[in-house]
Design a protein around this ligand. Structure first.
Ligand code: FAD
Length: 404
């Protein structure tokens, strides 16, 4: 293998380029980014970057490191097509680049629900650096903000805005916050936490239309009420960027479909990160897509080893975090399909963990302000060490000591 071309320079693409060098790959590495700025970390965009006022995004790697590592970084360039027979990609300006192995790390973009009025300039979103800066530029002129979606990002921004003294209302279709990602006790805790910050949260409510008004917008809700806001922040999930793969005839189904070696339906083409749908080792091989830094990084490292001749199934333990105001949520494993939960610690003391079991097996631990529980449970789940509900609930159990 003489050349690897990587499409997309988010967490996944950048980690892959550098991992190839760490694995001593000596061929050509080309990393193509539609964004014109040096690759940066996305999580801070809804957290510390906002708090810091928008200066200095956290770069994924120092600018000088690309050249030093012999990575050809092409910024502000989009891959427009793939010719699988010729093994080439064509860029938007017509440049053609040949590959032996191609990696699609095209990420995801915000989902835009079919709501009339969404194109109003008062509607903001938060996926990239430019979005984050746009929000900060508008900040001073905002007193009332409506947020569509009570997922991680919607709630992180809600906490930031509430701390800035803004009046915040969050509209969520599901019956609890972060319903897709956490168990009920954790949803309940965060619902009260945000309400305690003064944020209003409307559950089981949809946004049906956004109407322009002289001094902002009117956000119409499915329950017949309407909110007045200076801005609307759209945080209703993402859709994977699969169009390039689809046009090239690769298998696509809620993501670019890959196997446990992270190969697409064309063995010369890998895919990874937010755009890829992979068979999850923790869900009996069910195809899922994960939107997390951990997943992007671990998939990148595995692909680098595959390029160097390795043959290994992807089985990294998923983990996540979300910082909302003072509350630090960390999740180890996947709770999907859990059938019972055990509480460790006390939500009233703002420090606890929820242990999630499926068919009697520990599958996930959600920790709030309990980083020790999180670190230990990552190891326990990874190693398949069972923690009985009794042991989990007992504050005297030292989780660390169970790791063998
Ligand atoms: P992306 O980071 O989306 O990168 C894909 C890149 O590919 C983009 O730059 C895109 O422009 C480019 N691209 C797409 N198509 C083409 C093309 N044809 N040609 C060239 N370039 C192309 N995860 C966590 O684990 N913890 C967090 O706390 C957390 N917070 C987050 C906060 C925010 C505001 C956001 C937006 C995300 C957050 N995430 C968090 C999710 C995490 O950032 C993503 O999982 C991660 O960025 C995925 O990396 P990726 O490389 O797969 O995709």
């Amino acid at each position: 293998i003489d050349s690897v071309v990587i499409v997309g320079a988010g967490h996944a693409g950048v980690e892959l380029a550098h991992s190839l060098r760490k694995e001593k790959f000596e061929g050509r590495v080309v990393l193509i980014s539609a964004e014109a700025v040096y690759p940066y970390q996305r999580p801070p965009l809804s957290k510390d970057f906002l708090k810091g006022g928008g200066d200095n995004p956290l770069l994924l790697k120092a600018e000088a490191l690309y050249e030093k590592m012999g990575i050809e970084l092409k910024l502000g360039r989009t891959v427009a097509g793939i010719d699988r027979d010729a093994r080439t990609v064509t860029l938007d300006d017509g440049e053609v680049i040949a590959y032996d192995r191609l990696a699609l790390a095209t990420g995801a973009r915000n989902r835009r629900p079919p709501v009339p009025g969404l194109e109003d300039p008062a509607v903001l979103e938060l996926r990239d650096l430019a979005d984050s800066r746009r929000l900060l530029e508008r900040l001073e002129g905002l007193s009332r903000v409506a947020i569509v979606g009570a997922g991680f990002i919607g709630l992180e921004i809600a906490a930031f805005l509430a701390e800035k003294g803004k009046s915040v209302e969050v509209v969520e279709l599901a019956s609890r916050v972060m319903a897709r990602a956490v168990s009920e006790p954790v949803s309940d805790y965060f619902l009260s936490y945000h309400r305690g910050l003064g944020t209003e949260i409307h559950l089981e409510t949809g946004v049906t239309a956004i109407a322009h008004e002289a001094d902002g917008v009117r956000v119409e809700l499915s329950d017949g009420h309407a909110l007045q806001a200076d801005a609307v922040l759209l945080a209703a999930g993402v859709v994977p960027n699969v169009e390039l793969a689809e046009a090239a005839g690769l298998a696509v189904a809620d993501g670019i479909v890959i196997d446990d070696r992270l190969r697409t339906s064309d063995p010369a083409i890998f895919s990874l990160g937010d755009c890829a749908s992979f068979p999850c080792a923790y869900l009996d091989g069910r195809q899922i897509r994960l939107e997390s830094v951990q997943n992007a990084n671990d998939q990148a490292r595995l692909i680098a080893r595959q390029v160097m001749g390795g043959d290994e199934a992807y089985a990294a333990l998923p983990w996540f975090w979300s910082y909302q105001g003072e509350a630090r949520l960390q999740i180890a494993g996947l709770g999907i399909g859990y059938d019972s939960t055990v509480l460790r610690g006390d939500p009233a003391e703002d420090k606890f963990s929820v242990f999630l079991y499926r068919d009697g097996r520990l599958v996930s631990v959600e920790s709030v302000n309990a980083p020790g529980d999180h670190m230990a449970s990552r190891k326990l789940i990874e190693k398949g060490i069972e923690v009985t509900p009794e042991a989990a609930a007992d504050p005297a159990t030292e989780l660390k000591k169970l790791i063998v």
